[in-house]
Write a protein that binds this ligand. Sequence first.
Ligand code: FE
Ligand code: FE
Length: 496
Amino acid sequence: MSKTKIGVFGGTFHPVHNGHLALARHAADRLGIDRVLFVIDRIPPHKVLAEGATDAQRLDILRLSIADEPRFAAETMELLREGPSYTVDTLKALKEREPDAELYFFMGSDMLHSFTTWRMPETIAKLATLVCTVRPGEGGGEEATAADLKQRYGANVILLDEVSPLSSTLVRAHIHDALPITDMVPAAAAHYIYLHGCYMPNELAPVYAQLRADLKPARMEHTAYVLETAIALAARFGADAKQARLAALLHDCAKYLPEEQLLAFADTDPAMPPILHAPAGAVRAREIYGVNDEAVLSAIRLHTTGDANMTLLDKIIYLADMIEPSRAFEGVDEIRSAGTVDDMMRLALSRSIWYIKEKGNPLHPATLRAYESLGGMMERFGENDALAICKVLYDKKANDILALHIGDKTIIADWFVVASGTSQNHVRALCDELEEKAEEMGLSVRRKEGYEEARWIVLDYGFALVHLFHPEERAYYNIERLWEGDSNMIRYPISE
Ligand code: FE
Ligand code: FE
């Protein structure tokens, strides 16, 4: 039975990145290594970066990054050891723990060249095979050094090509500058970094601290996803990455304010509970988070409703909120893969308009303005149901049946359906018949008025208000005259 081969990959992993993972996979495949231990170094206190990550966070990021690779494991003995860690001590400890294993110690070419200066090089050479990775085109003299070390210490050196030009320094620089790290670290690691604000500029530390006080954990998760998406969209469409980062972080900062505070900020008319945290968020971002950048505040203010003439940043935050990776509604992938930011916006807005109407909720006029300003054409929501109501009334011998599309003029409903009976009894009979048939169609009446007198009965179906008139009342209001020539007036039955 051949011995278990264990790779020993030391580093600060600050943070671990796809280059480390690719190298470990490559070495394991090439050398038949069964397990790779990522030995995470302690960072001496004087070297800790201000804009960094704690030891615990580095370790979390490492664990998340290797979770999908059964051959990889995190080894914390150096992290836990007080004082400086020497490779020789680590290798001795591993050998003691697994006396039958063959150890392979991974190193870069700079480490190979300085090997003679290490603590107890001869012992290291006896304990492990040295696996040296060389950056193509950058190395020089590794073969000679290997031969020299073989002679001096009997060291067994294997040279491997480095497989990735990535470095932790580059990853940190991208995080610092709000540039995407999608191709640099595994998705779970990126999410963790955004969730905890690792490697972010110092000025964001108080922002993260306040957010953790303002938001529930699930909302913080969502915020981290919005941040990741906003950074990707900003890079894709050329928006200011740092503004996008700040707006994404703060977009929901007022989500849990008490309602009376939310209402105080509602400069919008009509005030609607689910969207109030957006204008309130802009106020809170200014007053509590000290944000003075109007572009950032505007993106926060508009993230639930949109509006006409949105800036690129406004659009990016609106979209990021809607399509972040944890969103899974039907059609979300279509929005994600649309070609331009305006194509994405049209799809996103028509999707939310449809959703709001389907739930029977009032549509904020700003949402409609946003959609129309991008050249979106409103489909007539609920047209089939409105015409089905007309048919029920027609079959029951109603007169002068009209379906009026009012959806782009008012938020109270999308349709008025108007019809007349010949008498109070007939009007009541129309009402009874409609209630029964509408229920079979899955439409539920929310409100009914005027049934006793039966001179003007109103039935509210949410998307449609049905008006059933006595002929005298109908003549008095003369609705047709107001709508003459309007393409939003449909006479039923529809003549060919
Ligand atoms: Fe929100
Ligand atoms: Fe949100």
